[in-house]
Design a protein. Structure first.
Length: 223
């Protein structure tokens, strides 16, 4: 049974969190959905034609009127300029039921896969937002499965090759090889060994690819 001190500490933590989030705007309905989609689209720097087409598709899936669709697109553009933490209050205090939360995360997954590529930052975003909504990681993952591109075989093979593992490798071995590849190619290690600027940049790019390969394998191998 929690002690009085534990209860008091929990209360003060909850109170501090409320004050921390008190100044944030609360987005609801399409204001929230399309701001999240815009933030995903911009998370890698450049917004692609596939992202823009997906926005239109989302307005159609929701059967929005012309005026509401225009409002949604404006929210999408606004979301590209927001910081990730700007969504925390809206998601932690989300008023919808479980189905509404599910639909929101499904929209995010569709936007993530719109360009048929999963980036580490996109993966981090949908998991952070799902966490703020109160969802477990495994349930967030399951929501994204139907939207994975069917042609991922080539990317899958490239990810396996980059981490030097096989299709039947265990999750433990994949994790081990991921850490090994990071250790071998980390830009800090290259810099410490007296590498040139070009070599450090090359190592940074390779490290990003290693992160993305591991993220993809975690999803496809379900661990």
């Amino acid at each position: 049974m929690p002690s009085l001190k534990d209860k008091f500490n929990r209360f003060t933590q909850q109170l501090a969190e409320k004050y921390r989030l008190a100044g944030q705007a609360i987005f609801v309905d399409i204001e929230l959905t399309f701001r999240l989609l815009g933030h995903i689209a911009r998370s890698q720097g450049n917004v692609t034609d596939q992202h823009l087409q997906q926005v239109i598709t989302e307005t159609e899936l929701l059967h929005l009127s012309e005026d509401r669709a225009q409002q949604a697109i404006q929210c999408y553009l606004a979301g590209q300029e927001l910081a990730t933490d700007d969504f925390e209050a809206s998601l932690r205090y989300f008023q919808g039921d479980q189905l509404a939360k599910e639909m929101l995360l499904q929209s995010c997954w569709r936007m993530i896969w719109a360009d048929r590529h999963l980036a580490v930052r996109e993966y981090q975003l949908v998991h952070l937002w799902g966490y703020w909504l109160g969802w477990a990681r495994i349930d967030i993952e399951k929501l994204g499965i139907p939207y994975r591109p069917v042609y991922l075989t080539q990317e899958h093979q490239q990810a396996l090759a980059l981490l030097e593992v096989g299709i039947d490798s265990s999750p433990e071995l994949i994790k081990k090889m991921y850490k090994r590849q990071l250790s071998l190619h980390h830009p800090d290690k290259v810099m410490g060994a007296g590498g040139s600027i070009d070599e450090v940049c090359e190592a940074t790019e390779l490290t990003t690819k290693i992160h993305e390969a591991y993220t993809l394998l975690r999803m496809l191998h379900n661990f």
